[in-house]
Design a protein around this ligand. Structure first.
Ligand code: UD1
Length: 425
């Protein structure tokens, strides 16, 4: 098993460039199944989740050519095969369920393994399936798989009980080549969804998002191939913002889109960090002990659940008591126990965590419990005395491309040890 070994570092200084957003890339790659023409997607980071999805797309019969150096991917889905229910990888990676909408719309049927729960919550897909039903699909769930069938999808009215990111994306993709108009209310409006919508519209689709959580999709007969560059990763931006804050650094995040990271910028400003909006990014400048602050996770434009653990890192050493309320997932404080091993004072009760800032953290051996919690441990380790060893880093590498190299370029003391090196140390 590989490890990140992190020593107390800082202040971090310099410039960092964000990769394409994981959560935009994955649905966009799935949307390429909506056409039989070639699509070219740029800024596709070489992440574990991207490679898993590429394999699943190939199983549907799509031709996929990914150049990791140029980060460009070409996809041509001439003939799509809709039964991928035996793919184990599809069970492991929830985002692969996003191929259901395109396959159903294109082939009239799709069969996928039900993704199941994960450590952060039960994460059902009922809203995706209810949405397909509203478009006229018949759904069957048995033997751990979900099957959707229809003769022709027809536009319909979908009210989402919760603005689910995945359900909104899956329903948009299915409706894009259906007959008639679909309206989704209480839809999620994350920047990654806007990126997917922009791509579908480049393919000849007709999707319109209203600011009030309503999305209108006018189905078209056929979509054509298109070229698209994925937006920069706002969660990666938040990760470097927190790294700059906790190390009293001065970091320019080159291609960050300010409009995407406003909640994170607001919170850091509140705790005493200077955030400067630049023409092509932003500058994060921190000096001295941060003040305690509270966060409550919400769908966009609220504070993103994916940055919750990362910002808890900053709270661990802030002056005073900070409170985190997690409203999106039922069990998303997996980082707390690991941070406590490093000397943090955190109490969790259901969806609330109370963090008493301490003056000193100490390096220790911890494990990344999930993707963002793992990234949060790296950030915390940058401020902890001595050495922290982080195991289970495959979680982190699902969603961050070269996080160790990018942090090292800013002056952080972080190395990645391979299994064999770890044994010989
Ligand atoms: C996406 C992101 C993930 C992020 C999350 C919330 C991708 C690939 N992943 O995940 O990083 O943390 O949005 O911003 O984009 N729910 C249901 N029924 C459903 C669907 C969801 O009850 O059918 C619930 C979930 O259990 C969860 C909440 O809705 O409690 C939000 O989930 P959702 O927005 O769907 O997250 P994902 O699309 O899975």
């Amino acid at each position: 098993m590989s490890l990140f070994v992190v020593k107390k570092s800082g202040p971090l200084k310099g410039e960092v460039c964000l990769s394409g957003a994981k959560n935009a890339v994955l649905p966009i790659l799935c949307a390429c199944l909506l056409t039989d023409e070639e699509c070219v997607i740029k800024q596709v980071p070489p992440l574990k989740d991207v490679f898993i999805l590429i394999d699943i797309l190939k199983k549907t019969g799509a031709y996929v050519d990914y150049n990791e150096i140029t980060e460009e991917i070409k996809i041509k889905a001439v003939c799509t095969q809709g039964d991928v229910s035996n793919e184990n990888e599809a069970v492991k990676m929830r985002a692969s369920f996003l191929i259901m909408g395109p396959l159903l719309a294109r082939n009239g049927e799709a069969k996928l393994p039900l993704p199941g729960g994960c450590p952060i919550g039960s994460r059902p897909v009922d809203l995706h399936l209810k949405g397909f039903e509203k478009l006229g699909a018949k759904i069957k769930q048995e033997h751990g798989a979900a099957e959707a069938k229809c003769t022709k999808l027809k536009g319909g009215y979908v009210y989402l009980d919760f603005p689910s990111v995945g359900a909104t994306e899956n329903i948009i993709m299915a409706a894009a080549i259906s007959e008639g108009v679909t309206v989704i209310e209480n839809a999620a409006l994350e920047p990654e969804i806007m990126d997917l919508v922009n791509f579908i519209n480049k393919m000849g689709g007709s999707v319109f998002c209203f600011g009030n959580g309503t999305i209108k999709i006018t189905g078209v007969k056929k979509l054509h191939g298109a070229e698209h560059t994925v937006i920069p990763d706002r969660i990666e931006a938040g990760t470097f913002m927190a790294a700059a804050a906790i190390t009293d650094g001065d970091v320019i995040i080159k291609n960050a889109v300010y409009g995407h990271i406003k909640p994170a910028a607001a919170k850091l400003t509140e705790c005493g960090v200077k955030i400067e909006e630049l023409q092509d990014g932003l500058r994060v400048c921190s000096n001295g002990r941060k003040k305690a602050f509270n966060i409550k996770t919400m769908p966009f434009p609220g504070f993103p659940t994916d940055m919750q653990a990362i910002f808890m890192s900053v709270m661990t050493m802030a002056k005073g008591t900070s409170i985190v309320t997690e409203t999106v997932f039922e069990n998303r404080f997996l980082q707390a126990g690991e941070m406590q091993r490093m000397g943090a004072d955190i109490k969790t009760e259901g969806r609330v965590a109370v963090v008493e800032g301490v003056k000193k953290l100490t390096g220790s051996r911890v494990n990344a419990p999930d993707l963002r919690a793992g990234a949060a441990l790296i950030i915390t380790a940058l401020a902890a005395e001595g050495k922290t060893e982080i195991g289970d880093i495959y979680h982190i590498e699902r969603g961050y491309s070269s996080i160790d190299k990018k942090l090292r370029a800013l002056g952080a003391d972080i190395i990645r040890l391979e299994e064999s090196e770890e044994k010989s140390q």
